[in-house]
Design a protein around this ligand. Sequence first.
Ligand code: NAP
Ligand code: G4F
Length: 363
Amino acid sequence: MPRRDHIGGWSQGLEIILTRRALITGITGQDGTYLARHLLAAGYDVYGMVRGQNSPSARCGRQVHPDVRLVNGDLMDQSSLISAVDRVRPDEIYNLGALSYVPTSWRQPNTTAEITGTGVVRMLEAVRIVAGITSSRTPGPSRPRFYQASSSEMFGKVRETPQNELTPFHPRSPYGVAKVFGHYTVQNYRESYGMYAVSGMLFNHESPIRGPEFVTRKVSLGAAAVKLGLRDSLRLGNLMAERDWGFAGDYVRGMSMMLAQDEPDDYVLGTGIAHSVRELVELAFAHVDLDWRDHVVLDEALQRPAEVDLLCADATKAQQRLGWKPTVYFEELVGMMVDSDLRLLSGPQCSEGGVIRELADLW
Ligand code: NAP
Ligand code: G4F
């Protein structure tokens, strides 16, 4: 049943009843895909921003949901963002676009700062300018709601465990630094302009469509590839690092819950349970009846210049105020990912060799 509502403010109070409209940056990514599905099922008109001919995902042929309408825009380019927001006039904006792979951020720190950090200012400015929000702290009739994809990477070298909304930041990578900048920018626009802008401080969340460079997917693909005899080994870096891994489908539900509150605020989302990379590998290989020690090769080159040793969420605030809680935990998640990759690597795509070749380059 489509959810219908008064148009948030773009109509300047006209009593027109319209379907709510969401604009998602990062629509081609994991979270963009899950969020689009979630909002479409809730009856939203969903618009996704794509980088047009510059999009690596478009070149790789990643599909966006057919019911999502596409608009062009690049977080590096202010004018394109103003045009996109002006064209869509969204009630809700989800800024998920980022250079999100942590190791790349050391190789491209300036680009990371531009996309993952300053990109947040550009999106907020686009919304502010198109909505006609001035320096007055009294919000006008036009009050679109803005979600920023903040990250547990901001906690970095953690000052306490578990981490909550008040835990101090100590980012360990150019990516983490850029996310801290974006996070404080959202807070500042809320305080300066009365904008409805929130940050979700999300811990690692994964799925069968997670990018193959991230460790969970690298391991699920690796275990499936070894089981099917497509490879003998998997090269990995630091097995001691611990993360709080949850399921992406649960986290996009949390994003939408944050924008449904009367007042804007920031929330941590995570399962509250940390596991090591070693446990991840052990579980994934055991799932296909293999012993990881026969196949995993440690590679010094995959160690990071500065590591985040342990992340573990305290999501009490989200549980109490939003009523959010995860439905999928580590063991089920890993099994789901390995099973999906067994199907993927056994399927026709793989006889073409495309997926495996792409992975061989990454590994
Ligand atoms: P992802 O799969 O890496 O997707 C990143 C998206 O950003 C892609 O759609 C990419 O588009 C887009 N993008 C990159 N550069 C852009 C630019 N210049 N302009 C516009 N879009 C651009 O990331 P994800 O896992 O879905 O994560 C979504 C967001 O949540 C990111 O901001 C990430 O940093 C943050 N986050 C993720 C996690 C997690 O565990 N997944 C946890 C905390 C926070 P192309 O297809 O054009 O490259
Ligand atoms: O899967 P990862 O690359 O994720 P990381 O660095 O935690 O970042 C992800 O989660 C963040 C939220 O905390 C997001 F903000 C960010 O955008 C991204 O989605 O690495 C996880 C851990 C690291 O400690 C890494 O050193 O796995 C360790 N690891 C060990 N071997 C490896 C590998 N990581 C990767 N990617 N590849 C390896 O071979």
